[in-house]
Design a protein. Structure first.
Length: 226
């Protein structure tokens, strides 16, 4: 019985942290390619608490056969400021994300990776790596990468931008929890918090559900994650 328990534990965590990181970096160059032809329902909630403005949008996210992203059937309720200056900007960024320069993203050219710990993620064993950007430019962040200890699947990515994307934004933090669907990797949940000049804090949550079902995501506690 003891031998069976040991064998089961080894099977559940078949990779070392270094092996998991190598596998992830080898397979993460084109995250949208395996999602071609898929559709997802999307729900977005956003607010500017200082201005007492809030709104929500729902619709469908389509990934074409060529990997291009299109949103359809969008329905919005709430304040127009949230629609035009928060949610619309996010959707535009998501659609044009594939136009980023080759080599951008989470890789060894842009970041250093330091294994921190093994943590629980919804009952899964996750390797947690601290990411430190090698360059201080737009889009780079200081944060963490969480990988499934069994197969190196991406579970969570979060961080604080080291350079503001705009003169109007003082700080920007994001948290992305991922869902794996037969090699297709999409965020199941995205949380964004930012401090905007004049407007104050901005909060946004984006939920993405495949037509195949609703994935579970773990709670995020930035104070205890490092």
């Amino acid at each position: 019985m003891l031998a069976a328990l040991v064998a089961g534990a080894c099977a559940a965590q078949a990779l070392t942290p270094a092996q998991a990181l190598d596998r992830y970096l080898e397979t993460s160059s084109d995250p949208h390619a395996a999602c071609a032809g898929r559709s997802f329902t999307v729900q977005i909630e956003a607010s500017l608490p200082k201005l007492k403005k809030q709104g929500s949008m729902s619709g469908v996210k389509l990934v074409s056969d060529t990997g291009q992203i299109v949103y359809r059937g969008l329905r919005f309720t709430g304040d127009k400021l949230i629609k035009t200056d928060v949610i619309a900007r996010f959707l535009t960024h998501d659609v044009t994300l594939e136009e980023q320069e080759p080599g951008d993203g989470v890789n060894r050219r842009n970041y250093s990776f330091v294994y921190d710990k093994t943590a629980d993620y919804n009952g899964l064993s996750a390797f947690v790596f601290h990411l430190k950007p090698k360059h201080k430019k737009a889009g780079m962040f200081d944060g963490e990468l969480w990988l499934d200890a069994r197969n190196a699947d991406l579970l969570r990515l979060w961080g604080d931008f080291v350079k503001s994307p705009s003169l109007f934004i003082r700080s920007f933090r994001f948290v992305q929890d991922y869902q794996g669907l037969n090699q297709c990797l999409q965020p199941a949940r995205l949380l964004v918090t930012a401090d905007i000049r004049i407007a104050g804090p901005m909060e946004m949550a984006v939920w993405l559900h495949s037509v195949e079902g609703r994935p579970a995501v773990a709670e995020f506690d930035p104070s205890g994650s490092r």
